[in-house]
Design a protein around this ligand. Structure first.
Ligand SMILES: C[S@@+](CC[C@H](N)C(=O)[O-])C[C@H]1O[C@@H](n2cnc3c(N)ncnc32)[C@H](O)[C@@H]1O
Length: 198
């Protein structure tokens, strides 16, 4: 499918050149859903490359169609589990921003282990980000937000940055619009990998 990124080999780390052209900045949108955030970012920043991950085939097909229709050459989508992509496929220090927006909150205690934000995941995010790279997490789910805040604090290798709404270009995602139309607020966490490792 045009717009789809299919790794040559699912069992080895990708080379940066496979997911990004030249020295362009690379941004990853984990669980990109209908792709609206991914595509708006790709339109706004034609000199950056964007890769979305999404596990549902139907959604991947729709996003690919939209990418093709809009002739977006800097956006692609990978049909694969986000955790696997971050932990096994992304090359070291290859990503400038990694977005995790309105992820499934898995609110039941016995399902908490399915949440993406866990110690190993944060370690992999940190490894995949270049120096000064950012991990941006947003949810309507206060308890998941507190969980993520706690995991980031325990991890201890990120700096926390202010993230006021509208302080920089950041399109609303499909789910964000849905939750906000129901009167819910969004919780934001912006983490930066330090420029120099202490
Ligand atoms: C609640 S939706 C949010 C979609 C989009 N980020 C937004 O804010 O509109 C979560 C999306 O992540 C996808 N997803 C959930 N877990 C995933 C995983 N482990 N790997 C890849 N995609 C996942 C779901 O299929 C769904 O499309």
């Amino acid at each position: 499918m045009a717009g789809e990124f299919v790794p040559v080999d699912y069992f080895r780390k990708l080379g940066r050149a496979e997911i990004c052209r030249g020295d362009r900045l690379l941004e990853i949108d984990l669980g990109c859903g209908d792709g609206s955030f991914l595509m708006e970012m790709a339109r706004k920043f034609p000199d950056r490359d964007f890769l979305g991950t999404e596990r549902l085939l139907g959604r991947v097909r729709k996003v690919c169609k939209k990418i093709t229709r809009q002739h977006l050459e800097n956006a692609r989508v990978l049909r694969l589990d986000s955790r696997y992509v971050v932990e096994w496929l992304l090359p070291e220090a290859s990503v400038s921003r990694l977005h995790l927006l309105c992820p499934d909150p898995w609110p039941k205690l016995r399902h908490n282990r399915r949440r993406l934000v866990q110690a190993e995941f944060l370690e992999s995010v940190h490894r995949a980000l270049g120096p000064g790279g950012e991990f941006l997490f947003m949810t309507d789910h206060e308890e998941y937000f507190q969980w993520a805040e706690g995991k980031v604090a325990d991890f201890g290798k990120f700096e926390l940055l202010e993230w006021e709404e509208n302080s920089f270009f950041y399109p609303k995602t499909d789910f964000q619009q849905l939750w906000e139309s129901e009167g819910k607020s969004m919780w934001r966490l912006r983490c930066r990998k330090p420029l120099t490792v202490a």
